[in-house]
Design a binder for this molecule. Structure first.
Ligand code: AMP
Ligand code: MG
Length: 408
């Protein structure tokens, strides 16, 4: 078997390249605006009118001519949000009281804040020798967007900010991509399902649940298939079923052990492998490739079975691919920088991703590696909120060093 084990950055680049070209046939559905949260836009949102649709005051104050500031002005009326000024155009030496969000009366070209004036009866004065720019405290008509312009492109994930934009354009529902399906196959003779009686030396199948949860969070629909025992027959049957999904994930069976048969079975299905390992820890045995299927190709990842390895590999490699299959245009994961709270020993020849806790506030963020028993330690993993990245070949990571962290 030809092995192809890549350094972390090269493996990631391979996944991102495949993800960006993954395209594929994607269904589209119309959903209520609020139901679009976390979904991916399948049709651009277009501004139905200029925003703002009129010159809008951004302050409570007085609409004036900027050049008039410095002299005593006469207050001739008042306009509030939701109203239009129906009186005469504002003339020289005049001011009109105005509220935030109200349209600027014709003839005025700026708004002076209420905090900056003194008013006695009808007479208004701008205090303290202040001057005013033309356009100050006013957003001009169309200043945010013009009617007909794209305000949210296809491929954008809907969150509160995007929902607010769609609502501002009067959309009660939006068009989103159907979620990609992800077949999840846990492999291993030692595994038992959650509701089964078990012996002390057996292992509960937690990976199928972790993966299903991760899939949901990345915009997919997880299909948990039955556990495949470490036999060619069971693996063949499950892979045959799983390749009908948009993405196939297997956990376990990709190491060098006697019962690690996943790669062999994938090869029987005429898999093309992009890599068969990555220089990372945990997660080194990961395999990535694609299988010929009814839809052309189905991408697959064979993830190492140790639960933290499975989850790290998902965060690093599967999430970007899944975002792409979901129709998102931004597929790469964002790594943040933080200060190491405590020193960490280095010297590894692979890039390490250790469960870590990121915390902090105004004065910066710091990250602390959580103590763990290795890549089977789901309890320690759950104490963290991300993975700190420790590059290969560095002897020592002193406290205070800036390191990268992948949040989860
Ligand atoms: P493998 O990659 O198949 O050699 O699996 C490595 C170890 O990961 C196994 O010995 C189990 O302890 C653990 N493991 C494998 N599959 C699962 C699973 N589905 N859920 C929880 N732990 C697993
Ligand atoms: Mg196994």
């Amino acid at each position: 078997m030809s092995e192809r084990v890549l350094p972390f950055d090269e493996a990631l680049e391979v996944v991102l390249t495949q993800a960006r070209s993954a395209g594929g046939r994607r269904g589209v559905e119309d959903v209520d605006l609020l139901a679009s949260a976390a979904r991916v836009l399948a049709a651009a949102v277009i501004a139905d009118r200029d925003q703002p649709a009129f010159d809008r005051s951004t302050r409570d104050g007085y609409a004036v001519r900027a050049g008039d500031v410095g002299r005593s002005l006469r207050v001739v009326g008042s306009v509030r949000a939701g109203e239009a000024w129906v009186g005469k155009d504002l003339g020289e030496g005049e001011a009109i009281e105005i509220m935030t969000g109200a349209p600027l009366p014709a003839g005025a070209d700026a708004v002076v804040m209420v905090e900056h004036v003194s008013v006695e009866g009808e007479a208004l004065r701008v205090e303290g020798g202040r001057t005013l720019r033309v356009g100050e405290n006013v957003v001009p008509r169309g200043g945010e967007t013009l009617a007909g312009k794209v305000v949210l492109p296809v491929g954008r994930v809907m969150g509160a900010a995007e929902i607010s934009v769609a609502a501002s354009c009067g959309l009660a529902n939006v068009s989103v991509f159907a979620r990609p399906t992800v077949a999840i196959i846990a492999t291993g003779d030692e595994l038992v399902e959650l509701d089964e009686p078990m012996e002390a030396w057996q292992i509960r199948n937690s990976n199928s649940y972790a993966l299903a949860a991760l899939v949901e969070a990345a915009g997919g629909v997880g299909l948990r298939l039955a556990i495949a025992r470490d036999t060619l027959g069971e693996l063949r049957a499950q892979v045959a079923e799983g390749r009908e999904a948009d993405l196939l994930l297997l956990s376990g069976g990709v190491s060098m052990g006697k019962y690690d048969l996943v790669e062999q079975v994938l090869r029987e299905f005429r898999a093309e492998f992009f890599f068969t390992g990555a220089l990372i820890q945990p997660g080194k045995p990961i395999v990535f490739g694609r299988l010929p299927s009814e839809r052309g190709w189905t991408y697959f990842f064979g993830l190492p079975g140790n639960p933290v390895s499975t989850q790290v590999c998902f965060a690093l490699f599967v999430a970007p691919m899944l975002r792409a299959l979901a129709g998102r245009t931004e597929v790469a994961s964002v790594f943040v920088e933080a200060r190491l709270a405590e020193e960490v020993k280095g010297g590894a020849r692979v890039t390490r991703f250790l469960p870590a806790e990121l915390s902090g506030g105004w004065d910066g963020v710091e990250v602390r590696v959580v103590g763990w028993q290795g890549s089977g330690d789901v309890v320690a993993n759950a104490r963290g909120n991300g993975y700190v990245v420790l590059p290969a070949g560095v002897e020592h990571f002193p406290a205070g060093l800036t390191v990268r962290v992948l949040l989860r």
